[in-house]
Design a protein around this ligand. Structure first.
Ligand code: UT7
Length: 325
């Protein structure tokens, strides 16, 4: 038995923050940001919007498109690096909002690779026959972890949520494989060092902005291009497939230059890749389900198409998934 995505949904907050808006606050330009990252604007959550609010709205859409009721969900997984609270899990808060009274719920943390990590967990529960309907959500309010004085990072991120509903599939369709990797020795390339148990909240943490994203951009960039290329080929080889068999590449949306470098490595044309980072920036665990939902809703993705998902993020973590739609 395989797991299949039977519904998709997404949500982005209303407020748009353009490059020009950021250039009014710090020493940067729209030209630099577009040329070095591809990002033109991003969405910012309202003051009273938390990650669970974004996740809930994306989940409702996914359930609607699958024509499944909240009471029929067996498991809710939320991949997030920006949970509402330390505990309870954001997944439990989403469960309450959905009134998905029969579901188990927990969060999963793998930064920008979180969605594919959570998808792999959901897939295993379906494959084993333990659960019939699993809701997998990637949701982030990255703006709350952003240092708005750091021009190297504040231009990159945005807030969003994406969701998919998994169900059992015909053995030839659905999720063909998922490959996960991590290298914990590189944990300090992207991290939020303060505010947790290692460096608890204090005046010093706030003064030195240790509760915000710190990133060694150049090093991260190089590892991202190498790892994404490798994990893509690993997925294709495991299934006896070739890059030319892929109909749609849906990568994590961190930087357009990373995406183009991966396309070059795989000898794939730009026409096959789903890109929306120009509108939303890097939305971490939300980026893949957000891009997927957009491509499903605009009709790009058709039945039997072969989809390759690629993720990369803090940890470091990286992953791929091959899906027959
Ligand atoms: O999703 C998780 C994974 N994250 C990633 O994959 C991110 C990977 N890294 C990147 O996308 C890129 O490294 C960045 C977009 C973050 C940075 O681009 P870069 O081409 O690596 O720039 P850089 O950090 O090497 O900086 C080049 C120059 C520096 O000036 P100097 O020191 O050479 O004089 C920076 O100070 O560009 C300067 N710079 C800026 N200038 C204008 C850095 N940020 C900005 C800015 N506006 N916003």
């Amino acid at each position: 038995m395989r797991a299949q995505i039977i519904g998709t949904g997404s949500y982005v907050p209303e407020t748009v923050l353009t490059n020009a808006d950021i250039a009014k606050r710090i020493d940067t330009t729209d030209h630099w940001i577009v040329e070095r990252t591809g990002v033109r604007e991003r969405r910012i959550a309202a003051k009273d919007e938390a990650t669970s609010d974004l996740a809930y709205k994306a989940a409702l859409q996914a359930l609607e498109s699958a024509e499944v009721l909240p009471k029929d969900i067996d498991l809710i997984l939320v991949a997030t690096a920006t949970p509402d609270m330390f505990f309870p899990s954001t997944a439990c808060i989403v469960q309450d909002k959905l009134k998905a009274v029969n579901a188990a719920a927990f969060d999963l943390s793998a930064a920008c690779s979180g969605f594919l990590y959570a998808l792999s967990v959901g897939e295993q529960y379906i494959r084993s026959g333990t659960y019939r309907k699993v809701l997998v959500i990637g949701a982030e309010v990255m703006s709350r972890l952003t240092d708005w004085t750091d021009r190297r990072t504040c231009i990159l991120f945005g807030d969003a949520a994406g969701a998919v509903l998994l169900s059992a599939a015909h053995p030839h369709d659905g999720i063909l494989s998922i490959h996960l990797h991590s290298d914990g020795s590189l944990w300090d390339l992207i991290c939020v060092p303060g505010g947790g148990t290692a460096i608890p909240p204090s005046e010093k943490v706030l003064m030195e902005h240790l509760n915000t994203i710190k990133m060694k951009g150049n090093e991260t960039f190089k590892v991202a291009v190498r790892s994404l290329g490798e994990v893509a080929l690993e997925a294709l080889q495991a299934n006896g497939l070739h890059p030319s068999d892929v109909d749609h590449l849906i990568p994590h949306q961190a930087n357009l230059r990373i995406i183009h470098a991966v396309l070059t490595r795989l000898h794939m044309s730009k026409g096959k890749v789903v890109v929306n980072l120009d509108k939303y920036g890097n939305t971490s665990a939300a980026s893949i389900p957000l891009a997927l939902d957009e491509a499903v809703r605009d009709g790009r993705i058709k039945k039997k198409d072969l989809l390759l998902f690629l993720a990369f993020g803090g940890g470091l973590t990286w992953a791929s998934a091959l899906v027959r739609w």
